[in-house]
Design a binder for this molecule. Sequence first.
Ligand code: 13P
Ligand code: SF4
Length: 322
Amino acid sequence: TLDEARANELRERIQEELKAQNAALVAHYYTDPDIQSLAEETGGCVADSLEMARFGSEHPASTLVVAGVRFMGETAKILNPEKRILMPTLEATCSLDIGCPADEFAAFCDQHPDRTVVVYANTSAAVKARSDWVVTSSCAEDIVDYLDSRGEKVLWAPDKHLGEYIRRSTQADMLLWDGSCIVHEEFKGQGLADLKATMPQAAVLAHPESPMAVVEQADVVGSTTKLIDAVRTMPNEDFIVATDRGIFYKMHEVAPDKNLIEAPTAGESATCRSCAHCPWMAMNGLENLLAVLQNGDQEIHVDAETREKALIPVQRMLDFTA
Ligand code: 13P
Ligand code: SF4
């Protein structure tokens, strides 16, 4: 971690660069609090993945600096080919994206031509280009419900937990790809049940990338924005939160008096690779944020053919949720 003097110096220099380059900082709720606060102070945004996409496409800046993971930068480029899209590091990926290679995915789709292809935003531009719809956790249920009402059968990728949650809630005919998020996968149903028993007054909030054993015990299941709203609006004083702990920064800001507790993970066991914090979100820091503004080297490019194909399902999502 940075000492305060260095952090302040970096923040000042980033602010100057953003202004000089007509750039806006777009950050996800899981990023470092330093980045989230800077995004807000400089007229950028801190949001869930759907609202990051929308903000970027409505903002007049000529450069967007996307602090999050790679698919968020790619979505920004798909929607805004004329803008320069930078990220603090292009290395920040996502286990869902890694677990869904475009060639294997295309072969899977080819085997099921009768199904409407719905992909989660946490995928590469090439996977989006092969889809009919892109969704995020804030609109996935509504979109699948809509497709189901039209009698369409769905091929869903890549997150199997989110897919299973939606299949149960909508009763739609869904064929699921076998992917998962390494961060949410660590939340454990038994540990949560034990914790709940010691504090029955607490509300449980879960992101639907969590396993079903966790989601089934939750009072609120939804996108990062929905979970933050729950902390603000629910009367409970205590909340057990099953998602990346980066979200606690915003939750504390909107509800400073509430008590927030991390949902239990596999803990110290050898299988715990993430322990409630996304290792790729954690790659975004003030140092590399300033560096990319100075060097412009971590720029997102998406080839024109992929971008044009991917724009159709991404735009469909934005229009559906407008
Ligand atoms: P949200 O769309 O809810 O912000 O989720 C993005 C994500 O990567 C969750 O792990
Ligand atoms: Fe991907 Fe999980 Fe990280 Fe979200 S928390 S970016 S789904 S690895």
